[in-house]
Design a binder for this molecule. Sequence first.
Ligand SMILES: [Fe+2]
Length: 197
Amino acid sequence: MHRRPLTGKPLFPGLGKAYTLGGFSVPSEWRDYGSRETLRLEASDTWQEFMRLYRTFVKEVCAPLCGAERLVFQCPPTMRIALPGCPATIQAHCDSEYPAHWHGEVNFWLPVTPVFGTNSLWLESEPEKGDFHPAELGFGEVLCFNGFQCRHYTCKNETDSTRVSFDWRAIPEDILRLVLACESTFPFHSGTAPLPR
Ligand SMILES: [Fe+2]
């Protein structure tokens, strides 16, 4: 992607940001995104088809991996693009350090480019174990991991490859009900949606 000429303002705002972080000069209009552009993106056939595929993927792949019929999941997923030279996009953390996360969550990471070395997500295999290693995946593979408790981070991309990935969190609906029953508030937020039947 980083070898292709820059043409036209991207539909997805993160693309311009990715080029900037990768050290490319982009037209000033690429930094100007507001609600109008968001509406344009969400109304596009491309986005709607992507979201349809995403929901189907969660239902047909993620739910069985979680051993659940119904999931509550992040919607839309987070799309990340890291060109060669891009600095670390996230520092070491577990998701439990942030609000609106719950015990029982499962993290999904779906790169659509090969990921390896510094061009990947680094994570520990168990909470507090500290044995950080890069996930090595090819196209068509998805990683699920315990990001609620296990630390994870990215590095400066020192490879010659661009990384494009989607990530999201999901939790079986039954487990979420149990968790929320133990809390005094009901912290649903607008970024989640129940799995369609
Ligand atoms: Fe995280």
